[in-house]
Unconditional design. Sequence first.
Length: 347
Amino acid sequence: MTLKKPSTVFYHVLIFIIAQLIWFSLLSLWIYWYVTNYLLLLKVEDKLAPQMISGTTNIVALISGLVLLILLSLSMSIIFIYLNRQLNVTRLYDNFIANVTHELKSPLSSIQLYLETMQKREVSSDKKQEFLGLMLKDTDRLNQLINSILYLSSLEQRKLTRKVSHDYHIFDTDTIIREVIQESVQEFNFPAKNVAIEGNASCQCVIDRNWLKIVFNNLIDNAIKYSPKLPQIKIQLNPGKRYFHIEFSDYGIGISQKDQKKIFNKFHRIYNPESPNVKGTGLGLYWVREIVEYHGGKISVSSAGKNLGSTFKITLPIYQESKKRYMNRLLRLSRKYQTIPETDHEQ
């Protein structure tokens, strides 16, 4: 049985009411203090020297009160904004837990069904092999999900040297990217003819090959998920003077301006009425951004509008041309240092 949680709107309204009550209480106290002191001055004004009850006294009291009210107003606004953000984070976290739970239960239920079938019925050897293959795929799904959560934890704590195995090397970018994309395409059983790689990247970058594959796996996975039919993918490689540029374009449903600002946030997922059953945890693109930034690069997204596709732009520093100290630090973090010699792809 699942417990029903109070609506987020209820918390927003409750916080607003409490804030207003505090505000009006403080305002009432200030008015009471001001009026009381003013009446007291009126009672004793005949006994005091004229200069002691000049208009300056009232002006000072009024200004000090107004300053107090402004400060209180700003404080209440800051508290309200902070609580609002915390509530949004809590809501996103709750959605993440629900999605992860579903993602974990789905392959487990599938594995359990296959095992119960083999236990209760006579199954031919061919069918057993088919079931075993399907169960292996489900265990791979579980493994990938668990690894993504573990990697997320390590990325959050910024303790890569302790929790993540590094394998940074100096790669020829044209070679490594074409290899990684080919592996990702095969992993998703995606038609190679639907992927066009253009340009020739004759430069070298410091790259963790496994992490680079995770980046393209997530981009290809999203292109497949958020396309009404099998998507066409275009990858443009452009070496610059100091940075290497990658443009990953699909021709899917596109991304609204509002979602473009949040798409790399942790737990954020795009809801599209045309694809309401898309599964995910909201970690993929957050993870992509973190990996790219750990490589010293940047990632951004643009979209012309609905059903006009999306373009992800990745920039990575070229070795010995940009961020030399940081690149050398990445190499030191690696288990071993190895330079990949130039290949036939370089000109």
